[in-house]
Structure formats: C-alpha cells, structure tokens
Design a protein around this ligand. Structure first.
Ligand code: HEC
Ligand code: HEC
Ligand code: HEC
Ligand code: HEC
Ligand code: HEC
Length: 485
C-alpha cells in the first residue's frame, strides 16, 4: 500500500467519519472564526494605523490566538469521543465510507482540509510570534496593567520613553527572557487576585546588571568631561523671587590617557557595598578594589565591626541612576521646574507658596486632585487678591491645570505612591543619594574617608543667586533645569 493510500484509508477516512460530530464541528467553527478575525486585524494593521489601545492588543494578540488553538484542540477531542462512543455501542463500521477520489466534490473537500491545515500552522506560528512581541511592548507592560500606572506615567515623561520596558527589565538572551516570562505570569496571577504589593517595591531585586541592559546602548567609560548644571528655585514670597544655582559637575569618564576620572570614572567595576535596608539607602559598608589588587573597606560602623549582613552588590549605573526611566520628582522640584519653564507663571503673586501647599495636600484620588486643585487656587485668589483673577484669569487657569498635572505625574493614591515614595539617588539635596557613602563618616582603617568635599564632585559657581553673573557672562539664556534622571 502506498503511503498516500495508507494515509487515505487508515487516517483520513476515519478522521472524516468520526469528525462529523458537534464538538469537532464547533471546534472548526471557533478556529475559523478567530483565525479569520485575527488575519483581518493583521491586514488592517499592515495597511492602516490602528490605535494602540492595550485592550485591543489583549484581544487580538492574546485571547483570539488562545481561542484559535482551543478550537483546533476540540477537533481531535470530538473525534476521539465519537470513536469511543461508537466503539462502546459496537457500531464501528467494518469499512469507513469510501472515499471516491473521482468524486470532484470530495476531492475539493480534501484540498480544503490540506490547505486549511497549512494555513492553520502559519496562523499559529504568526500568532505566537506576535503574542510574544506584544507582551514585550510598553503598551502591554505599562498600560494594560493598571498596577504599572505610576511607572508608565513617569516613563512617558522620562528620557527613555522610546526604550521598551523589556530592554531594561529583561535585556538580551533566552534565559533572561524565560525567567522574565515566568515572573510575569506570577505577577499576572497576583494582579488577577488583587494580591500585589502597593506600592510595587523598588529596587527591583532581580534586575540584571547594567552590563546587560544600560550598556547595550550607553558606553560606560565614554568621557563626558565637566557638565554645566543650572537649577532654578522660587521663594515663598509674594513675588516668587527666582534664584539660580550654577554648578560644574565633574562627570569625567576615561580620558584620552586612559585615566579613570570624575564621577563616571571612579565607581564602575571596582566598588562593592552592602545596604542594610530594602531601598538601598542605608549603606554602612563599602569596599574599593585598588589598582594594585588590594582592598580598602570604608565603614560607618564602630571601629572593629564586621561587615553587616546583606546582599553584596557591585556598584553599577542604577546605584546612581535608579530613576533613569521612571523619574518621580519631589513636589518642590516639580514646581520649580514648571515655573522655570514658564508653564506656571511666576508673575502670579504667591503662586509658589500656594502651589506647593496644594501639591502637598492629601487627596483620595487623582480625580479628586484634578477637581479640587483648580477650585482651591481660584478660591485663594478670590479671597486674597481678586484683581489677579480679572487681570490674569487665563494664567491662573493654566497654573491650576499644570499643578493638577504635576500631581498626577507623581502621586498615585491607588498604588500608595506619593511624594518621596521612590527616592532618586543622583544628587544629595532631596534624598541622601551620593551622601549615602560620601557623608564623611565612611572611614577606612588608615583614617581616610570617602570624600565629602564639595569640590570633588562639582564647582559651585553660584548658590541661590538672583540673576547670577556667570550665566550672563556665558551668554546662557535658556537653561535646562538640571536633570532628574
Ligand atoms: C531605561 C531603563 C528602563 C526602562 C526602559 C524601564 N524601566 Fe522600569 N525600572 C528601571 C530601573 C533602573 C528601575 C529601578 C530599579 C532599582 O531602583 O533598583 C525600574 C523600576 C521599575 C519598577 C519598580 C517600581 C519602581 O518604581 O521602582 C516597575 C514597576 C517598573 N520599573 C516598570 C516599568 C515599565 C512598566 C516600563 C515600561 C513602560 C519600564 N519599567 C521601563 C529601568 C527601566
Ligand atoms: C535601548 C537603548 C537604551 C537603553 C537600554 C538605556 N538607555 Fe539611557 N538613553 C538612551 C537614549 C537614546 C538616551 C537619550 C535620550 C534623549 O536625549 O532624548 C538616553 C539617555 C540617558 C540618560 C541621560 C538623560 C538626560 O537627562 O539626558 C541617562 C542618565 C541614561 N540614559 C541612563 C541609562 C541607564 C541607567 C540605563 C539602564 C538602566 C539606560 N540608560 C538604558 C538609550 C538607552
Ligand atoms: C556614581 C554615580 C554614577 C554612576 C555609577 C553612573 N552615573 Fe551617569 N551620571 C551621574 C551623574 C551625577 C550625572 C549628571 C546628572 C545630571 O546631569 O544632573 C550623570 C550623567 C549621565 C548621563 C548624561 C550625560 C550628559 O552628558 O548629560 C548619562 C547618559 C549617564 N550618566 C549614563 C550612565 C551609565 C550608562 C552608567 C553606567 C554604565 C552611569 N551613568 C553610571 C552619576 C553616575
Ligand atoms: C556605594 C557608595 C558610593 C556611592 C553611593 C557614591 N560613591 Fe562616589 N565614591 C565611593 C568610593 C568608595 C569612592 C572612592 C574613594 C576614594 O577613592 O577616595 C568614591 C569616589 C568618588 C569620587 C572621586 C573622589 C576623588 O577623591 O577623586 C567622586 C567624584 C565621586 N565618588 C562622586 C560620587 C557621586 C556624584 C555620587 C552620587 C551620584 C557618588 N559618588 C555616590 C563610593 C560611593
Ligand atoms: C559625592 C559627590 C558630591 C559631593 C561631595 C557634594 N555634592 Fe553637591 N551635588 C552632587 C551632584 C551629583 C549634584 C547634582 C544633582 C543633580 O543632578 O540634580 C549636586 C548638586 C548640588 C547642588 C544643587 C542642587 C539643587 O538641587 O539645587 C548644591 C547646592 C550642592 N550640590 C551643594 C553641595 C555642597 C555645599 C557640598 C559640600 C558640602 C556638596 N554639594 C558636596 C554631588 C556632590
């Protein structure tokens, strides 16, 4: 018996015979319907722009493919069930209804089975690829899951808004991908049963070393030299008096003589530390590997103490840039920046003092803040200085709206994320940051401390001066108000 004949007599005929049952037929219908819908969606996506609604994504990239496969699975289940039933009843025919290949209709039926099988395989392959791809998209990670709302919101205003979540949270390599998917599934279950922690804890303990993530795009040793930083601040007086702090930050790197210099040069690869709290803020023990291979331990513990318990971590990018993608700002900084940018007009009397109070007030939800902040600001001017409302109505309105926006970008009552929940390690003004180690109390055996001298890290060219001369000398008109990353 030729292969084809064998296939026809012993496989195809019984399959068609047993396949004629409600379960298999329903399976075929489900598969056909979901398959056609998916393919239609893919074509629509190819030719036009569909909106990036995350729920559409869930339906077309995750649910329909699952239905498609369930449908496919129902077909053999129906076949087996009918076979069992007929066998029990002793009704299995001696010979299955004959397949007459001369019968044109039957021949076409066969062609259809063959073609649909190939098409089904293609659809399943494409759907799995697209499903995996979709699960890697910021829309899926950030939007379809309300739990990620704080991080997704901050991400969109950060410097990495075009970098996919997975490029930092997973990085390259199959192993990382697999463990991330296992972890992700656990998280989806936590979300489904409302058992996730609020806020989502930071740091992310299983984030891979920066070598595999940040360094895919950034060269750690690039020489950045000195960087000019300007910070604007506004006072709590009627005029919102503006002052500026100007500093030259010694960013360094690897210079042309291969010397490791400055902030970027000195830490990477040879400093380890142990933090004793979950946010890596309290760091009593630091060890540096010296160029000659010896080690120096800097400790803030009483002399003679041993290294504390805890994870021993090699310093990398995110020990300073921990908010590179999700920059939540302190209220004070967010307000100063919006005023320096002119979005909140510094010509409105008392706006800094009043604005800060409104930002720091307690609201039960973002919606409540969005409703109450504008009302409260208008009420304030109506009571204290009604002329402002008539003369500068639109500016008051814009300021109120921006205050509500600042609140919504940084505070998420439903996730218990408020001002300061996620500290930023980059400086030392709002949070300990660099001073977690550079506080003068981390001392080596020889008495040498991790330096706190201001000039090691920066030259202060002006500290809180109104219209600093250095800015006009340099001809700087428009300044970026520092970086928050
Ligand atoms: C440029 C790299 C980068 C990108 C892109 C990125 N993250 Fe992160 N993410 C981080 C780092 C770094 C941390 C903080 C880790 C730490 O402090 O140890 C973090 C922390 C988090 C946390 C923990 C809570 C917190 O706020 O610290 C969540 C949740 C999170 N990211 C979600 C996302 C989502 C969702 C996206 C995409 C919309 C995303 N991330 C994109 C680097 C990134
Ligand atoms: C997929 C590429 C990519 C990855 C991964 C990535 N970055 Fe970036 N990063 C960029 C790009 C592109 C910019 C410049 C953005 C711009 O200028 O608008 C940038 C900018 C920055 C900046 C400067 C921000 C500013 O205010 O100018 C810092 C700091 C930074 N990245 C740190 C990190 C850290 C830390 C990580 C790892 C957690 C990381 N990046 C991962 C691409 C990446
Ligand atoms: C010891 C702390 C520290 C470490 C570690 C560190 N950085 Fe930075 N980095 C800084 C500071 C401080 C700045 C300046 C911040 C500012 O502009 O306000 C900066 C600025 C940057 C910038 C912006 C440069 C520019 O010209 O504006 C990039 C990009 C950057 N870092 C990437 C990285 C990457 C990638 C790593 C890891 C390989 C890294 N940094 C490790 C402290 C650090
Ligand atoms: C985990 C501890 C730790 C943190 C956090 C840390 N550093 Fe350091 N830093 C060190 C150690 C250790 C040295 C080496 C001390 C030495 O060589 O005398 C050092 C050295 C330096 C130096 C060179 C000092 C010199 O004598 O030339 C600079 C500049 C510097 N750090 C800047 C920063 C900045 C800026 C930050 C914050 C963005 C920061 N560091 C955060 C541990 C830390
Ligand atoms: C270990 C490094 C380091 C040391 C030591 C240090 N600073 Fe800084 N400082 C920084 C960094 C980094 C920034 C920039 C933070 C940022 O990018 O926003 C900064 C910013 C500042 C700012 C402007 C911040 C703002 O938000 O207005 C002032 C003022 C300042 N430092 C004062 C000092 C003084 C005074 C000393 C000495 C007692 C000192 N710093 C010591 C690293 C250091």
């Amino acid at each position: 018996m030729s292969f084809l004949q064998n296939f026809r007599e012993n496989w195809l005929r019984p399959a068609l015979f047993f396949g004629n049952n409600p379960i298999s037929l329903a399976g075929g219908a489900i598969t056909t319907a979901s398959g056609v819908t998916m393919v239609g969606y893919w074509i629509a996506e190819l030719v036009g722009h569909l909106n990036e609604n995350p729920y559409l994504g869930i339906i077309f990239s995750l649910i329909l493919p699952i239905l498609f496969v369930i449908g496919l699975g129902l077909i053999p289940i129906g076949v087996l069930a009918r076979r069992r039933k007929l066998m029990r009843a002793g009704q299995i025919p001696a010979a299955y209804p004959k397949i007459d290949l001369n019968d044109r209709i039957f021949r076409h039926g066969l062609d259809i089975v063959l073609v649909t099988t190939i098409v089904n395989l293609l659809v399943v392959a494409t759907a799995s690829y697209r499903g995996a791809d979709y699960m890697d998209s910021p829309q899926f990670c950030g939007q379809s899951c309300h739990v990620m709302n704080p991080e997704y919101t901050a991400y969109q205003v950060g410097a990495h808004s075009h970098v996919a979540c997975v490029q930092c949270h997973i990085g390259e390599g199959a192993e990382a991908y697999f463990s991330a998917k296992v972890n992700g599934t656990k998280q989806i279950i936590e979300v489904a049963f409302d058992r996730y922690p609020r806020p989502i804890p930071s740091p992310v303990t299983n984030l891979r070393p920066a070598r595999y993530t940040c360094e895919a795009c950034h060269t750690p040793t690039r020489f950045d030299g000195d960087k000019l930083l300007v910070k604007s601040e506004f006072a709590d007086d009627e005029k919102n008096t503006e002052t500026q702090t100007v500093l030259i930050l010694h960013l360094g790197g690897v210079d042309s003589l291969s010397h490791l210099t400055g902030i970027h040069g000195v830490h990477l690869g040879h400093i380890e530390y142990i933090a004793t709290d979950s946010t890596r803020t309290t760091i009593p023990w630091v060890e540096r590997e010296n160029p000659d291979g010896s080690y120096t331990v800097y400790s803030s513990l009483p002399a003679g103490s041993r290294a504390p318990q805890g994870e021993r971590r090699t310093m990398d990018c995110i020990d300073c840039h921990n908010r590179a993608a999700h920059p939540f700002q302190p209220a004070q900084e967010a307000l100063n920046q919006a005023m320096a940018d002119g979005i909140i007009s510094a010509n409105l009397p008392w706006i800094h003092k009043e604005g800060l109070q409104l930002l720091n007030a307690t609201y039960t939800s973002q919606a409540q803040a969005r409703a109450e902040i504008p009302q409260a600001l208008t009420a304030f001017y109506r009571k204290s200085n009604p002329d402002v409302l008539t003369a500068k109505g639109p500016q008051v309105k814009a300021a109120a709206q921006e205050l509500a926006t600042l609140y919504s970008e940084n505070v998420f009552p439903s996730m218990k994320v408020t001002w300061g929940t996620h500290p930023n390690h980059i400086g030392h003004m709002s949070y300990p940051g660099c001073f977690r180690c550079h506080d003068g109390s981390h001392v080596a055996k020889n008495g040498e401390a991790i330096p706190q001298d201001c000039s090691v890290c920066h030259n202060l060219l002006s500290v809180e001066e109104a219209k600093p001369k250095v800015l006009s000398d340099l001809g700087i008109q428009q300044v970026v108000v520092g970086s928050t990353y």
